[in-house]
Design a protein around this ligand. Structure first.
Ligand code: PHE
Length: 338
C-alpha cells in the first residue's frame, strides 16, 4: 500500500499543468471521486488497525499535496488570463488613484521659504528638544528673569525643554559658522498655552538671521519690506512699532495694513486696520558674543514670524485648530493651490 502511494505521488508530481486542458486531466485522474487517490482510500478501509494509523497519514498528505498542486496551477493560469483580458479591454473606465494635496501650512511655508531663498537665505534646521543654553541663555534671557515667562515652556527635565522658538537654531548656526550668515530656520515650536481658536500648544515659525559687517536696521526694514511685497502684494503698507525681545536691541514688531473696510478685517485688526505679523530687531551684542562672534566687527538682524497666523489670514481660517485636525473635508479645499 505504501508503495502504491509513493507511485501515485511520483506520477502526479511529474505532471506539468501548463494549460487548462492539462489541469482538467489532472483533476479527473487524481481528484475526483473515482480518481486514483480516492480509490486508495477505498483500499485503506480494508486495512488492519495498526497499519491504518501509518498509512492514513501518508494518504492524507498525498491528497493534500495533489489538491495544492492543482490549486496553485489553477490560480497561476487564472491570473494570467485575467491579466490578459485587462490589457486588452480599452473600454473599461480608468482606475482613479486618490491623490493627496499639500497642507495649507506647507503651502504658506513653502511660499515664504521661496521668497527668502531668492534673497540669498539658506535654510537651517535644529532639534525640537533643546537645552537651556540654546533656547534661553545664549539668547540673553538671564536666569530667573521674568522674560522667560514670555514663552510658557514645556520642560522635559531641568534645563531641557521643547523649543519655544526657532531662534535656538540660529544660536547653533552662529556657534558653528563664521559670518557672513544669512539663514532662515523654519520649524515647529511649542508653548504651554491654553488651546483656543487663536492659539495652540504647538505651531510653526520661520525665523531669519543676517550677520555681516555693517548690517543696519535699514537692511532689516528693506528685507522685510521686500518679503511683504512679494508675499502679500506690491501695494501692501507696513509699519514698525518699538517692542522688546531679550535677544534684539533695538526690537520692533511689524504690522501690515488691512484697513477696516470689511467686517473680517475689522475683527482681525481689532479695529485698528493693522495686523501684526512678526517680531524683529538688531541682534543684541550679548548674543553675538555668547555665540563667539566679534561684535566689534559684525552686526546683524533677526526676525521671526508664525506660519499659522499668516496662513489663517491668507485663507480666512477662523480656528487654528482646524489646521491640526487633518479633517479631509477641510484639507481638500486647498487641492487646487498645490
Ligand atoms: N523668537 C521670537 C518669538 O518667538 C521672534 C523673534 C525673532 C523676535 C527674532 C525678534 C527677532 O517670539
Amino acid at each position: 500500500m505504501k508503495q502504491r502511494i509513493e507511485e501515485v505521488k511520483k506520477n502526479f508530481l511529474r505532471q506539468e499543468l501548463a494549460s487548462p486542458d492539462l489541469l482538467e486531466k489532472f483533476r479527473l485522474q487524481f481528484l475526483v471521486k473515482k480518481g486514483e487517490i480516492n480509490s486508495l482510500f477505498e483500499e485503506f478501509k480494508k486495512l488492519g488497525k495498526e497499519e491504518k494509523k501509518e498509512v492514513g497519514q501518508l494518504l492524507n498528505n498525498l491528497k493534500k499535496e495533489a489538491q495544492e498542486k492543482y490549486d496553485q496551477a489553477k490560480t497561476l493560469l487564472g491570473s494570467g488570463s485575467v491579466q490578459k483580458e485587462k490589457e486588452e479591454d480599452y473600454s473599461l473606465p480608468g482606475k482613479s488613484v486618490g491623490q493627496g494635496s499639500r497642507h495649507p501650512l506647507s503651502l504658506v511655508q513653502n511660499k515664504m521659504i521661496t521668497i527668502f531663498k531668492e534673497m540669498g537665505f539658506s535654510i537651517s534646521e535644529g532639534p525640537e528638544i533643546e537645552d537651556d543654553w540654546h533656547n534661553f541663555s545664549a539668547l540673553n534671557f538671564p536666569e530667573n528673569h521674568p522674560a522667560r515667562d514670555m514663552q510658557d515652556t514645556f520642560f522635559i527635565e531641568k534645563d531641557i525643554s521643547l523649543r519655544t522658538h526657532t531662534s535656538s537654531v540660529q544660536v547653533r548656526v552662529m556657534e558653528n559658522c563664521a559670518p557672513p550668515i544669512r539663514t532662515i530656520s523654519p520649524g515647529r515650536v511649542y508653548r504651554n498655552e491654553a488651546i483656543s481658536a487663536r492659539s495652540n500648544s504647538f505651531f510653526h515659525q520661520i525665523e531669519g538671521l543676517y550677520i555681516d559687517k555693517g548690517v543696519s536696521f535699514a537692511d532689516l526694514k528693506q528685507t522685510l519690506f521686500l518679503f511683504v511685497q512679494q508675499f502679500f502684494g506690491e501695494e501692501t503698507k507696513v509699519r514698525f512699532r518699538p517692542s522688546y525681545f531679550p535677544f534684539t536691541e533695538p526690537s520692533a514688531e511689524m504690522d501690515i495694513y488691512l484697513g477696516t473696510d470689511s467686517e473680517e478685517d475689522y475683527r482681525l485688526t481689532k479695529g485698528t486696520g493693522w495686523l501684526e505679523i512678526l517680531g524683529c530687531g538688531m541682534v543684541d551684542v550679548n548674543v553675538l558674543e555668547n555665540c563667539g562672534i566679534d561684535a566689534a566687527t559684525y552686526s546683524g538682524f533677526a526676525f521671526g514670524m508664525g506660519v499659522e497666523r499668516i496662513a489663517m489670514f491668507q485663507y480666512g481660517i477662523k480656528d487654528i485648530r482646524t489646521l491640526f485636525e487633518n479633517d479631509k473635508r477641510f484639507l481638500e479645499q486647498f487641492k487646487a493651490l498645490g
